[in-house]
Design a protein around this ligand. Structure first.
Ligand code: RP5
Length: 168
């Protein structure tokens, strides 16, 4: 889980190393679109001081979007959002006990005033968090906007080309 750049624009954080197989999908999209980002384990419960330090210093280090993934009692995205004004995207990691429903509800049910943009459970949520971070950055980055448009066009063409169902 290496930092992709010395000057990251996006911070991907997660509650445990065990979240990485999910969260790497966010990192892959950011790499695909050449968005500098960093990936760190920061736990709301196991390393609370490090979590607060991360949240409080992120903006001054140049981070513009935080993607936070956690599973189970998934307090990381909300607690980080309480300590920064940066947009925080929350990814509910699929938990062993409850398949991520616990993670989803922990992240999505924020009190009014502390926003977390909550994505889908698991891999799809991580992918879309990466893409959503790109879209946020693309508001002030014309090159990135063009790359996103090209990606979306290619995706549509691929689905259209594969639309014929064999043996239907
Ligand atoms: C959460 O507890 C983490 O985000 C992870 O999803 C879950 C389980 O962590 P491990 O016990 O695998 O380290 O804090």
């Amino acid at each position: 889980m290496n930092d992709i750049s010395a000057s990251p624009l996006v911070g991907i954080i997660m509650g445990s190393q065990s979240d990485w197989p999910t969260m790497e999908h966010a990192s892959r999209f950011l790499s695909q679109f050449e968005v500098p980002h960093e990936c760190r384990v920061v736990s709301a419960h196991r390393t609370p001081d490090a979590m607060f330090e991360y949240a409080k210093s992120a903006a001054s280090r140049g981070i513009q979007v935080i993607i936070a993934g956690a599973g189970g009692a998934a307090h990381l995205p909300g607690m980080v959002a309480s300590q920064t004004t940066l947009p925080v995207l929350g990814v509910p990691v699929k938990s062993r006990a409850l398949s991520g429903l616990d993670s989803l509800l922990s992240i999505v049910q924020m009190p009014g005033g502390i926003p977390v943009g909550t994505l889908a459970i698991g891999e799809a949520g991580a992918k879309n968090a990466g893409l959503l971070a790109c879209r946020i950055l693309a508001l002030s980055d014309a090159d990135l906007k063009e790359k996103l448009e090209a990606f979306q066009k290619k995706q549509t063409e691929t689905i259209a080309a594969d639309s014929h169902i064999e043996n239907a």
